[in-house]
Write a protein that binds this ligand. Structure first.
Ligand code: ADP
Length: 937
């Protein structure tokens, strides 16, 4: 059963059950008391009737006695004077209306006179057998007979009063008898107008009915004595009551004795009649109960419905409240999560909400505490920090004055922040304005970025245009003038320098973009950072105004780093150090190991860095704006790039301004033991395919640097730090070349070793190149050294010297495929001049394939983005054909490769050189390597 109906049932039970109990109780009580009342009334009525009957009898006896005492009657009876007797009889009949007939009998009971004479046949008849006669003769006193049906006509029920008549001498002369119909008595009784008696029966002493009044309820009056036990009691003088049922009707029966007569009055009272009001009351109560039931049921249903509705509403209300709470919290959280200061004020200018950002922006300790307060209270926080509080006041007053107006302006704060403030009218769903929004956006950074961007555009355009102008200007000069060889070389150097500068700029910019977008993958390896530092230092060693000092301990642990990227960082820092030291001065590169890191420092004695520039120094496009450095070129990208790279290595980079000049430091994590060891000196290759170069050098970093370069020249390398060990190696594995430092760790020095090698006829032919800080070139050459390089020197010099002994394979067929004629020509020329290759060229993929078909090259140099058929398709075609499947392919591209493109190339076994990394040395080194590995070479 649904809950609602349970409630209805409960209400009905609660209301109706007590009501029903009360009603039943009331009815029963009423019935009880009414029954008692009826009994009392019936008894009273019955007594009244009995008294009336008794009185009537007494009266009739007294009349009879009076007449019987009349002397004249006595005399007349004695004399049997019928006429005279009849007159008395006449009197008697006249005296009592009930006396329908009177007569006299002789003492023996023979009737001899009557009045009215109703039947002449009775005269002379003896009535001695009659009850009245027996009664009166037995007692000798007046006697009331039993009721009987008289024989004379009209036949009716009568009873007789009989009295003896004596003469003057007290001699019985006969009996005087009156026959009573009781009709008048009945009328008298009726006059008592007993209201509720339904039937009254007067019984004679034998219990036989004398007469009856009211409804006849007893079909057989004669048996009334049998029917009611109380009748006997009443006939014996006791009153009695009982209940009876006749013909389906209930009665109260009261039996009352008629005193002095031995008769009884039996009163029947119909219970129906008595209980009728009770029944009607019960009906009424029933009807009222039903009405109440319906009413209560209706009300209960209504109430239950209302209750159920209320419960539903309550539950729904609670649910909505919870949802509202969640929504409100989300809404607050959303507003609070905004970096913009947000507020809402009512039309009456009362604060409805302020978010945390607004609080932070204007140093409001608890913005929620202002909710419910006038918006004006905000001013005490905002005004003190505004540069122009009046502007704010005027703008806001104007906005509040006009419901349609939006405020939109910028606020300058005393701490140099710029806040973009705007306020719009907020409307409800009917479009009525309910308040105003307040939005504060800190645009300080945007402004700064804008400024930096415009500065960047200016810088970049300047930086791009300057080298371009030089390139155009000098190349034009060379094209239009007849210049001497010296001049041409000079101009070409300028062109090359400017092109390199342009290249660096574009590379920096693209690099930064790529690094920032996460598209750069780092090739981490165990790196001897000292070697890298030396290598980079070599590149900058030619500037006599900025002598480079290296402070590198011998025992620097290897770091986990990407070689090329770390070189890039060092180059940036070194070029800055030189660039921002316009007056010249030492530039120092130092490195030291800490617990887990190697810290590298680049120190100069130049312009230094103002303290306020420090926080933004590593930001993109940031350049210190000071008069002393406006002329110095730059893009503001270098340090940003350094930061990105160093942080990708999990290192840190920072700057300090020294007394004079600047110090830049960065850290790189030391390679963990789990990482593969640095191959400082790989086991000597027993049967190396490549010629072996022995590096005799006790400075491990420098040895590593030299190794790097020699390996690029297709040489196998081996490092020995002492002359003793080197001599041993030379004996067991005679190298093809020796690179020799003079100052060595052991007892013997470089000179000793040189002499030993040159004196031994088995090793005397091995070329020895001396690399040392000692300026004793003549001695070296005299002792048989092939070349003598004084540290620091450019690595190209060493390579040049090496190549004299290991020239690249001449007349190797190389196919260069590129649609850019100028670049293709540059590549082809490099290969012809540097490697003396037999170079052929193709301008697109299709042409390349037909040339490969005509004559299989030993190497293909391939551009990727080309018309007709791109490089990927060419590579696939080369690999697909068995005759060309093993040709080494070097992809030289300006395209930034997507991971899947890289995968494509790796799968096609192609090496890649990006145009950003391109230089003729890099190209030549790679070509050498590829040809060295190639089975054709
Ligand atoms: P760029 O050198 O192209 O301007 P960087 O990002 O390398 O860009 O450097 C940003 C700025 O930092 C430079 O413009 C310069 O003002 C300052 N800076 C960098 N290195 C030095 C230094 N060694 N000495 C003084 N100022 C420097």
């Amino acid at each position: 059963m649904p809950k609602k109906w349970t409630i209805v049932a409960a209400i009905l039970a609660a209301v109706l059950l007590p009501l029903a109990v009360m009603t039943v109780y009331t009815i029963l009580t009423a019935r009880d008391s009414m029954q008692r009342e009826i009994l009392r009334t019936a008894a009273t009525d019955s007594q009244g009737v009995a008294i009336a009957v008794a009185r009537d009898f007494e009266f009739k006896f007294s009349i009879l006695k009076l007449v019987a005492l009349r002397p004249l009657l006595q005399e007349a009876m004695r004399r049997r004077d019928r006429a005279a007797v009849t007159r008395h009889l006449l009197d008697l009949s006249a005296a009592v209306p009930d006396f329908e007939r009177a007569f006299v009998t002789a003492p023996a009971g023979v009737l001899w006179a009557d009045h009215p004479s109703i039947d002449p046949a009775v005269i002379g008849r003896s009535f001695a057998h009659r009850d009245w006669y027996r009664g009166v003769t037995a007692s000798g006193r007046p006697y009331l007979s039993e009721a009987f049906e008289r024989a004379a006509r009209p036949v009716r029920r009568v009873y007789n009063f009989a009295a003896p008549v004596h003469d003057g001498r007290d001699k019985l002369v006969g009996y005087l008898v009156v026959q009573d119909t009781g009709e008048h008595l009945k009328k008298e009784i009726e006059k008592l107008s007993l209201p509720i008696a339904s039937n009254i029966v007067v019984l004679d002493r034998n219990g036989r009915p004398a007469f009856e009044l009211g409804d006849s309820v007893m079909p057989r009056l004669e048996s009334i004595r049998d029917q009611h036990r109380c009748v006997d009691g009443a006939l014996q003088g006791g009153e009695g009551t009982e209940f009876a049922r006749h013909n389906g009707r209930d009665f109260v029966v009261v039996c009352t004795p008629v005193s002095g007569a031995g008769w009884a009055v039996v009163t029947h009272l119909s219970m129906d009649q008595v209980l009728a009001p009770l029944r009607s009351m019960a009906w009424q109560m029933g009807a009222a109960g039903m009405f109440l039931l319906l009413l209560t049921a209706g009300l209960a249903t209504y109430w239950a419905n209302t209750f159920a509705d209320n419960r539903r509403l309550l539950t729904e209300g609670r649910r909505l409240n919870r949802e509202l709470d969640i929504l409100r919290n989300r809404y607050w959280a959303l507003l609070d999560s905004s970096g913009d200061g947000l507020g809402l004020a009512s039309r009456e200018r009362i604060v409805l909400h302020l978010n945390r950002a607004l609080g932070r922006m204007f140093d409001i300790p608890d913005p929620t505490a202002l909710v419910g307060h006038p918006i004006g209270e905000l001013r005490k926080y905002i005004f003190p920090v505004l540069v122009e509080p009046d502007k704010f006041r005027t703008e806001m007053d104007r906005a509040w004055a006009d419901a349609e107006a939006a405020a939109d302006f910028e606020l300058a704060l005393t701490d140099r922040r710029v806040i973009h403030f705007y306020s719009h009218p907020v409307r409800d769903e009917r479009g009525e304005m309910i308040g105003r929004s307040l939005v504060c956006r800190d645009v300080t950074r945007d402004k700064e970025i804008d400024r930096m961007k415009s500065e960047f555009v200016a810088t970049v355009s300047h930086e791009l245009r300057t080298p371009l102008a030089s390139l155009l200007g000098f190349s034009e000069l060379m094209l239009t003038r007849k210049l001497g060889e010296e001049k041409q070389r000079q101009f070409l150097e300028v062109i090359h320098k400017e092109a390199a500068r342009l290249n660096a700029l574009v590379n920096d910019f693209l690099d930064l973009q790529r690094i920032e977008s996460g598209r750069v993958s780092y090739a981490f390896q165990a790196l001897e950072v000292g070697g890298v530092i030396r290598e980079v230092a070599t590149l900058f060693s030619s500037d006599p105004r900025h002598p480079l000092q290296l402070e590198l301990p011998a025992d620097l642990p290897p770091v986990a780093a990407d070689r090329d990227r770390i070189k890039q960082v060092l180059q940036n820092l070194l070029s800055n150090a030189i660039k921002f030291s316009p007056a010249g001065g030492d530039v120092t590169i130092a490195a030291r190991a800490t617990a887990n890191e190697v810290e590298i420092e680049v120190r100069d004695r130049g312009l230094g860095i103002p303290a306020d520039a420090m926080p933004r120094l590593f930001g993109k496009f940031y350049r210190v704006d000071a008069s002393d450095r406006r002329e110095i070129g730059g893009t503001g990208l270098g340090l940003a790039l350094c930061k990105e790279i160093v942080e990708a290595h999990h290192g840190r980079i920072w700057a300090e301004s020294a007394d004079r000049g600047s110090v830049f430091r960065f850290t790189l994590p030391v390679r963990s033991a789990a990482q593969p060891a640095v191959a400082a000196s790989p086991p000597l290759p027993a049967s190396a395919q490549k010629p072996l170069a022995l590096i005799v050098e006790d400075d491990a970093s420098f040895a590593a640097l030299v190794r790097e370069h020699l390996q690029e020249e297709r040489l196998a390398t081996h490092v020995e730090p002492t002359a003793e060990a080197a001599l041993e190696t030379i004996r067991t594995h005679p190298p093809a070349l020796i690179i020799l430092d003079v100052h060595l760790a052991g007892k013997l020095d470089g000179w000793d070793l040189l002499i030993a090698v040159k004196e031994d006829p088995r090793t005397a032919s091995i070329p020895v190149i001396i690399t040392t800080v000692t300026e004793r070139r003549n001695r070296g050459l005299a002792l048989g050294a092939s070349d003598y390089l004084v540290k620091p020197f450019k690595m190209e010099r060493l390579i040049e010297a090496v190549r004299r002994f290991f020239p690249a394979p001449a007349h190797t067929a190389v196919l260069v495929v590129d649609d850019d004629d100028a670049f293709r020509t540059a590549v082809a020329e490099t290969l012809r001049l540097e490697l003396r290759c037999d170079v052929r060229e193709a301008g697109d993929g299709a042409e390349a394939l037909s040339k490969i078909k005509a004559q299989t090259p030993e190497l293909v140099i391939l551009d990727l983005l080309m018309p007709v058929m791109d490089g990927f398709a060419v590579l696939d075609a080369i690999r697909a054909h068995p005759a060309t499947a093993n040709i080494p392919v070097l992809v030289v591209t300006g395209k930034t490769l997507a991971p899947e493109e890289k995968a494509h190339l790796t799968q096609g076994m192609a090496r890649v050189l990006t145009k950003a990394e391109y230089s003729h040395q890099a190209l030549a080194a790679l070509v050498r390597e590829l040809l060295g590995n190639s089975p054709q070479v």
